[in-house]
Design a protein around this ligand. Structure first.
Ligand code: FMN
Length: 337
């Protein structure tokens, strides 16, 4: 059975201070492209009301040419604390986009310096900035000058196993004015494979004064506690563990605050949540929302009896009614077990 050591409990008892922003939770919901829209964040926040959530990343240079804010940058006035994440390689574009993010209600502006996708690194953004620390510094400076909310950075430990430069890089980000750094313990080359290396996160924590958030393989209360103990990090950020499971951030937060586990949702509650997610996406985005809900529903049913067959059907769902009917069928099936 997992327990919370008194030392760890005491260390995490105070709010997370990000520049002037106080956050009453040490567990954060990561930005996930195609996932962490307003609807998903609303579900996460229901179980983790004080946790910081992030928008999906928004390309700064694109914002120059749009008249209307893209939906992925939309923040609801009741969402707090919220960070809007931007990516690009041009400090001036990022500064301009950061102003728009601040106006939209962002409590912090986060710069993505970790995305491994070729399309983005080829243009100098995401994890490519690990290889361009001068540009990364210039970005942080420009954004910090442009807005009054704190600027934070999310990055990886390095480009590949021969180029792990996170210690030096993180110091430079702090010196440039970053108020928090989140480190995904993988290299760019690893993408999303292999185990996250938390050791480097611990090294960075020792070297910096701003908060350091650990990311990578935080999938349960157990992994969160282990990571916090091993790294000394100021908090943990959950990512893939929340796909089809928006309860995770709340479960970890509850444990860190109370030293005991919250009752996990039953299978039926998880399926009810899938239905609600589908309905909310439809209301928010219409037909495109239903399309996007397909992947969410397949994640929700992972591990359920009969999931394989159901997954194929859910992946083609064309309406809320159809999706709910399929899930209700699964709930009825569970009832017979
Ligand atoms: C589908 C998907 C979308 C992602 N989108 C973003 C993003 O928009 N911004 C970002 O900083 N990281 C993004 N990431 C990376 C995650 O936030 C996180 O750093 C990574 O998945 C490692 O954590 P994990 O091992 O717990 O999944 C994404 C990852 C996935 C799987």
């Amino acid at each position: 059975m997992i327990s919370l050591s008194p030392t760890l409990k005491a260390r995490l008892a105070t709010p997370l201070e990000i520049g002037g922003v106080r956050v009453n939770s040490r567990v954060l919901q990561s930005p996930l492209s195609g996932v962490t829209d307003l609807v998903f964040r609303r579900l996460v926040r229901r179980y983790a009301p004080t946790s910081m959530t992030y928008t999906e990343m928004v390309q700064a240079s694109r914002l120059r040419y749009v008249r209307e804010l893209p939906k992925i940058m939309e923040v609801s006035p009741d969402e707090k604390p919220i960070s809007i994440q931007l990516f690009d390689c041009r400090p001036d574009f990022l500064a301009e986009a950061a102003r728009m993010a601040e106006e939209e209600g962002a409590d912090t502006v986060d710069i993505n310096m970790g995305c491994p996708v070729n399309k983005i690194t080829k243009k100098g953004g995401g994890s490519k900035l690990l290889r361009e620390p001068e540009t990364a510094e210039a970005i942080v400076r420009a954004v910090a000058n442009a807005v009054s909310v704190p600027v934070t950075v999310k990055t990886r430990i390095g480009w590949d196993e021969n180029e792990i430069n996170i210690l030096e890089f993180a110091r430079r980000m702090e010196d440039a004015g970053a108020q928090m750094i989140t480190i995904h313990g993988r290299t760019r080359k690893q993408g999303y494979t292999g185990q996250a290396n938390w050791q480097w996160i611990g090294e960075v924590k020792k070297a910096l004064t701003i908060p350091v958030i650990a990311n990578g393989d935080i999938v349960s209360v157990e992994s969160a506690v282990l990571c916090l103990e091993q790294t000394g990090a100021d908090g943990v950020m959950c990512s893939r563990g929340t796909l089809g499971y928006p309860f995770l951030v709340g479960e970890i937060d509850y444990f860190l605050k109370n030293g005991e586990k919250k009752q996990p949702p039953t299978l039926v509650e998880r399926l009810e949540c899938a239905k609600e997610h589908l309905q909310m996406l439809w209301e928010y985005k219409g037909a495109r929302g239903v399309q996007q809900a397909r992947k969410h529903m397949t994640w929700y049913i992972k591990g359920f009896p009969g999931a394989n067959e159901l997954r194929d059907k859910l992946a083609r769902v064309a309406s809320v009614e159809e999706g709910c009917e399929l899930i209700d069928g699964a709930i009825a099936y569970r009832g017979r077990l």
